[in-house]
Design a protein around this ligand. Structure first.
Ligand SMILES: NC(=O)c1ccc[n+]([C@@H]2O[C@H](COP(=O)([O-])OP(=O)(O)OC[C@H]3O[C@@H](n4cnc5c(N)ncnc54)[C@H](OP(=O)(O)O)[C@@H]3O)[C@@H](O)[C@H]2O)c1
Length: 313
């Protein structure tokens, strides 16, 4: 597994990071505990060193599982996220320093780590970031040695911009062939500030695998049942035709093309993948091939134009 520079000096991270939202059973539907363990251990065996989670995934159980399997593994970089109170009804975002401090204590205990590799503020608002006390706490914990690094998981370009104003060392953003505008808008600034950029949702929640029929129906426990209207989904599936020309020679699937397209951006530190089974994980690791280059230059020419023609830019 190839490595790229990370937000901690002299430390690199695997170009694929295992994200654990889907694996936790939240978001897409249940996954057995055995499969969760198998995926985490298989990822590590395949050379993955980045493991991404959140204190709320499976109400803390995913952090506990990662702590049990990887807490003592000094090569594993564990990235967790805080900023949601699931004890309140309905759950609410909370970023007061006293609450964040408690969350980070609990995460450290579950992950079996006194020093945490990276903690991200989990989808804060622009207003929260502008206030400065949440980022101030992160800086304080970093200076005190409790956090090796910190950052912000941003739900929009505006939030990412506010995080950069607060000099965040790391940003997590949705970034894929169909959703590139936030990254593009900030790319130059992130490069100048040497921000560690972690791309998530690199398969657009599975859409970029290109397997779904036009009438795809998701179960009620799957977040995708609420994400797209039937018309929106049809429009998105049609846009996949703009990407299909990338599938040739060793790039043997749309999924591979989509993953390689993300990794082809050298400003991305790591692509946070979301497999829910060992076989999905194995496929994704095979999909990235032996690059760079991940995609031949000539197959990229014309992609942006095609994306525009298909209304995806
Ligand atoms: N706000 C945040 O901080 C935030 C938000 C979103 C995600 N994340 C992190 O990023 C990770 C990835 O995000 P995501 O779930 O949006 O990722 P994604 O990679 O775009 O989509 C994941 C889905 O892709 C499908 N998939 C994965 N590997 C596959 C394979 N080999 N063949 C076919 N389908 C495959 C699976 O769908 P099926 O379930 O249909 O098999 C899986 O649920 C999450 O686990 C989480 O850790 C963070």
């Amino acid at each position: 597994m190839r490595q790229r520079p990370f937000a901690i000096s002299s430390v690199s991270v695997s170009e694929l990071t295992l994200g654990t939202w889907g694996l936790s059973g939240d978001g897409y539907g249940p996954v057995s505990e055995q499969e969760q363990n198998r995926v985490i251990l298989r990822a590590r065996a395949l050379g993955i060193t980045g493991f991404e989670t959140a204190d709320i995934y499976a109400a803390g159980a995913m952090e506990t599982r990662i702590g049990a399997l990887l807490g003592a593994d000094t090569e594993a970089l564990i990235i967790t996220k805080v900023g949601t109170d699931i004890g309140s009804q309905p759950p609410r975002k909370r970023f007061e320093p006293s609450w964040l401090r408690e969350c980070i204590e609990r995460s450290g205990a579950r992950l079996k780590r006194n020093v945490l590799d990276m903690v991200l503020l989990h989808n804060p608002s622009v207003q929260t970031l502008r206030k400065g006390d949440a980022t101030g706490l992160m800086r304080e914990l970093h200076a005190g040695g409790r956090l090796r690094s910190w950052g912000v998981s941003a739900g929009s370009a505006e939030v990412a911009e506010a995080a950069l104003d607060e000099k965040t060392p790391a940003l997590q953003l949705a970034f894929n062939c169909l959703w590139a505008s936030d990254f593009r808008r900030l790319q130059e600034r992130m490069r100048e500030t040497k921000t560690c950029v972690m791309a998530r949702s690199v398969l657009a929640h599975g859409l970029l695998c290109g397997f779904w029929p036009g009438e795809k129906v998701f179960s009620e426990t799957d977040h995708r049942s609420r994400r797209w209207t039937p018309d929106e989904l049809k429009r998105r599936l049609h846009q996949l035709d703009a990407i299909r020309p990338l599938v040739r020679n060793e790039v043997n699937s749309l999924r591979s093309a989509a993953l390689r397209w993300v990794l082809n951006h050298e400003d991305i530190a790591t692509a946070v993948i979301g497999p829910r089974t060992v076989s999905q994980l194995d496929q994704l690791v095979r999909d990235i091939g032996s690059g760079p280059p991940y995609l031949p230059e000539d197959s990229l020419s014309g992609l942006e134009m095609r994306m525009q023609d298909f209304g995806a830019r």
